[in-house]
Design a protein around this ligand. Structure first.
Ligand SMILES: CC(=O)SCCNC(=O)CCNC(=O)[C@H](O)C(C)(C)COP(=O)(O)OP(=O)(O)OC[C@H]1O[C@@H](n2cnc3c(N)ncnc32)[C@H](O)[C@@H]1OP(=O)(O)O
Ligand SMILES: CC(C)C(=O)C(=O)O
Length: 563
C-alpha cells in the first residue's frame, strides 16, 4: 500500500549554528543584483525567447539598472550562442554592464562558451556542477573527490582559456548546484578549492553562488546555511557571496531577505519570479520591499506597468493580478472599511511627508501607477469607496448622510447584478437616482424677482405631464420655491442644504454647481441633488429631485387651475 504523504518525506535537519547572528541584522543596502531572466528565466519557458525578444529584454534590464545580466547558456543552442555574439559584435553592452554566461563543468561546453564571449570587455563565466549526495550518487555516479576534481578541471580550463583572451576581463563564478541539499562542509571544501585554483584575491574576486536549486526548508534554514558559509569560507575577502533562491515552498523572497541579513553580497533572480518550476526569486519584490524600508534598491521600477507588459510579451506568461507591487489588483480595495481608510489616508497624506496611507504599503505613484484603480466597488463596498470614486472622477463631494443614502442604492444594485461597478456605472446610477427623479413633478424653468423683503418666483412645471405655473414668495430662492410648491398641495421642509463646485473634474467636464438638499416631505426624508452651471438653478433642481424621491403625491393641475 502507498505510504501516507506525511510519512513519505523527511524533515530537513537544522543547521548547527547556535550563535547565529543574522536574526539581529538589518538590511541597510542593496545587494549586487544579477538578472538571470535571459538564462534561468528563459530556459523554463514554453517557448524560449527568440533573438528579438532576448534583445528587448536585455535592453530593458539595462534600463532598469542591472549591472550584471546572465544572457545565455551559449553552448546549449545556436540562438543563445548567436545572441551573445550579437551583443558583443554590435556593441549592445553598456560600459557599466557585465554579461554573464553559464556552462556545465564539461570541457567541450566550456570551450564553446569561451568562444562565445571572445571580444567582450568583461564577462562573468559561470560554471556549475551539482554537489548534493543524490546528484553525486544518482546523476553523476561519482565520489566527492571525483565531483571536486570535475570542478578543478573546469576552473583550470577557464583560467587557461581566459589567459588566451587578454582583451577580456574574465570573472569566475562557481555554483555548487543543489547547495541547500549539500553537506555544508563539502560545499565549503569544493568552493575553497575553486577560489584557490582560480587564485582569487580581494582585487580579483570569485563569485561563489549558493543556489537553493530546489527550496527544501524554511527560510531561516537557508539563512543559517549562508551565515555558515559566510563565516567558514576561506579567503572570504576574495569572495563575492551570492544567492540564487528558487521558490518551491513559496518562500524565496523571505529566504533571500534572511540570507542577505546572513552575509550575502549578491542576489540572482528574475523579474516577477520567472524561472524553473515555481520560479527564481522575484527581484521586483525583493527590490521594492527595500523601498518600503527606506532603502533605495538601485533599480528603477518607476514604470512598473511598462516593465510588466514587456516581460509578459517576452515570456508569454501573464503576471498574476495579485502579484506583489505589479499585479493589476494590488492597489485596489473592494471592501468598504478598506476604502474608507484609504480615502481618509489620502486626505491626510502630506505630499512630501512619510508615506502613511492605510492598506497601501507603497505609494502607487512611485511605481508609475495611478490612484484611479485603487478603489473599486462591488457588493463588499461601503460609502467610502463610492464617495471616493464620485469625488475623484466627477468632482461630486457628497455630504455624509447622502453618502450613506446613496451607498444603500449602490449596494442594492451590486447585490442584484452581482458584478463590480466602474466609476462611470456609479455616476450613471447617481444621475438616474437623483437627477432623473422628475416624476410626478418636473421642473421646467423659473423667473425670480426681488421684491419687498424677499424674492418672488414664477415656476413653470409639468405635473404628470401637464404644464402649470406656480408662484411663491420667500426670503430666498429655495424658500420661494418651497412656498410655490404649496400650490400643488406639497408641504416641504428643507432640513439641510449644501452647494459645492464640481471643480475641473478628472473626467474633464466643466465645473458646475452641485446642490444637495435634504427634504422632509409627506412623511419621508430624502436627499435631492441638482447640477447646473447656475447656482440658483442647481438648488431649485435639488428641491424638485428631493420631493420626487420622497414619492410625493400632489394636487392635480386642474385642481390648481380651478383654485
Ligand atoms: C539548475 C539549472 O538550471 S542548471 C542549467 C540547466 N540548463 C540547461 O540544461 C539548459 C541547457 N542545457 C542543454 O542544452 C544541454 O543539457 C547541454 C548542452 C548543457 C548538455 O546536453 P547533453 O550533453 O546532451 O546532456 P543532457 O542534456 O542529457 O544533460 C545530462 C548530462 O549532463 C551531465 N551534467 C549535468 N550537470 C552537469 C554539470 N554541471 N557538469 C558536468 N556535467 C553535468 C549529466 O551527468 C549528464 O551526463 P551523461 O549524459 O553523461 O549522464
Ligand atoms: C546553475 C545554478 C545556479 C542554477 O540555476 C540553480 O541551481 O538553480
Amino acid at each position: 500500500m502507498q505510504a501516507q504523504p506525511a510519512q513519505k518525506y523527511q524533515a530537513f535537519p537544522p543547521v548547527q549554528l547556535t550563535d547565529r547572528q543574522w536574526p539581529n541584522a538589518v538590511i541597510s543596502q542593496p545587494p549586487i543584483w544579477m538578472s538571470t531572466d535571459l538564462r534561468d528565466g528563459n530556459q523554463s519557458l514554453f517557448e524560449p525567447m527568440d533573438a528579438d525578444k532576448k534583445m528587448r529584454m536585455f535592453k530593458m534590464l539595462c534600463q532598469i539598472g542591472f549591472k550584471e545580466i546572465e544572457v545565455a547558456f551559449p553552448s546549449a543552442s545556436q540562438t543563445d550562442f548567436n545572441f551573445v555574439r550579437t551583443l558583443i559584435e554590435a556593441q549592445h553592452i553598456p560600459e557599466d554592464v557585465t554579461i554573464e554566461v553559464l556552462t556545465q563543468a564539461r570541457e567541450h561546453l566550456i570551450r564553446r562558451t569561451m568562444e562565445a564571449v571572445r571580444g567582450a570587455r568583461r564577462v562573468i563565466v559561470h560554471i556549475y556542477n551539482a554537489t548534493s549526495p543524490t546528484f553525486r550518487e544518482v546523476v553523476f555516479g561519482m565520489s566527492k573527490e571525483q565531483v571536486k576534481a570535475m570542478v578543478v578541471e573546469a576552473v583550470t580550463l577557464v583560467k587557461q582559456l581566459a589567459a588566451d583572451m587578454p582583451e577580456t576581463e574574465v570573472v569566475l563564478q562557481y555554483s555548487p548546484e543543489t547547495f541547500t541539499a549539500t553537506e555544508l562542509t563539502f560545499a565549503k571544501e569544493i568552493c575553497d578549492r575553486v577560489t584557490e585554483v582560480w587564485g582569487a584575491t580581494p582585487a580579483r574576486k570569485v563569485i561563489i553562488n549558493c543556489p537553493a536549486t530546489v527550496e527544501v526548508a524554511t527560510p531561516n534554514v537557508y539563512a543559517d546555511q549562508i551565515e555558515w558559509m559566510h563565516r567558514h569560507l576561506a579567503r572570504r575577502d576574495s569572495v563575492i557571496l551570492s544567492l540564487h533562491p528558487h521558490n518551491d515552498r513559496g518562500t524565496a523572497v523571505a529566504a533571500t531577505e534572511l540570507a542577505m541579513m546572513a552575509g550575502a553580497d549578491r542576489v540572482e533572480g528574475c523579474l516577477f519570479g520567472h524561472g524553473e518550476r515555481t520560479g527564481n526569486v522575484d527581484l521586483v519584490t525583493v527590490a521594492l520591499n527595500m523601498y518600503t524600508q527606506g532603502i533605495h534598491p538601485g533599480l528603477d521600477f518607476s514604470d512598473i506597468n511598462a516593465i510588466g507588459r514587456t516581460v509578459e510579451a517576452c515570456t508569454q506568461i501573464d503576471i498574476h493580478p495579485r502579484h506583489p507591487y505589479a499585479g493589476d489588483l494590488v492597489f485596489t480595495a473592494f471592501s468598504g472599511s478598506h476604502q474608507d481608510a484609504i480615502k481618509k489616508g489620502f486626505a491626510a497624506q502630506a505630499s512630501e511627508g512619510t508615506w502613511n496611507v492605510p492598506y497601501l504599503p507603497i505609494d502607487p505613484r512611485d511605481l508609475g501607477r495611478s490612484y484611479d484603480s485603487i478603489i473599486r466597488v462591488n457588493s463588499q463596498s461601503g460609502k467610502g469607496g463610492v464617495a471616493y470614486l464620485l469625488e475623484s472622477q466627477y468632482g461630486i463631494v457628497m455630504p455624509r448622510r447622502l453618502q450613506v443614502e446613496f451607498s444603500g442604492v449602490v449596494q442594492q444594485y451590486t447585490d442584484s447584478h452581482g458584478s463590480e461597478m466602474s466609476a462611470a456605472d456609479i455616476w450613471q446610477l447617481f444621475q438616474q437616482t437623483y437627477m432623473e427623479a422628475t416624476t410626478p413633478v418636473r421642473y421646467r424653468e423659473y423667473h425670480l424677482q426681488e421684491g419687498g423683503t424677499g424674492q418672488s418666483i414664477r415656476m413653470h412645471v409639468d405635473v404628470d405631464g401637464m404644464s402649470t405655473l406656480l408662484k411663491g414668495e420667500g426670503n430666498g430662492p429655495i424658500d420661494a420655491a418651497v412656498h410655490a410648491l404649496q400650490g400643488l398641495g406639497i408641504e416641504v421642509q428643507v432640513r439641510s442644504f449644501e452647494e459645492r463646485s464640481t471643480g475641473a473634474s478628472h473626467s474633464g467636464g466643466e465645473a458646475l454647481a452641485c446642490a444637495f438638499v435634504e427634504v422632509v416631505c409627506q412623511g419621508s426624508v430624502c436627499y435631492g441633488v441638482g447640477l447646473d452651471s447656475n447656482i440658483v438653478t442647481a438648488s431649485i433642481k435639488a428641491v424638485f429631485s428631493g420631493i420626487n424621491r420622497c414619492g410625493v403625491v400632489c394636487v392635480s393641475p386642474a385642481a390648481v387651475a380651478e383654485a
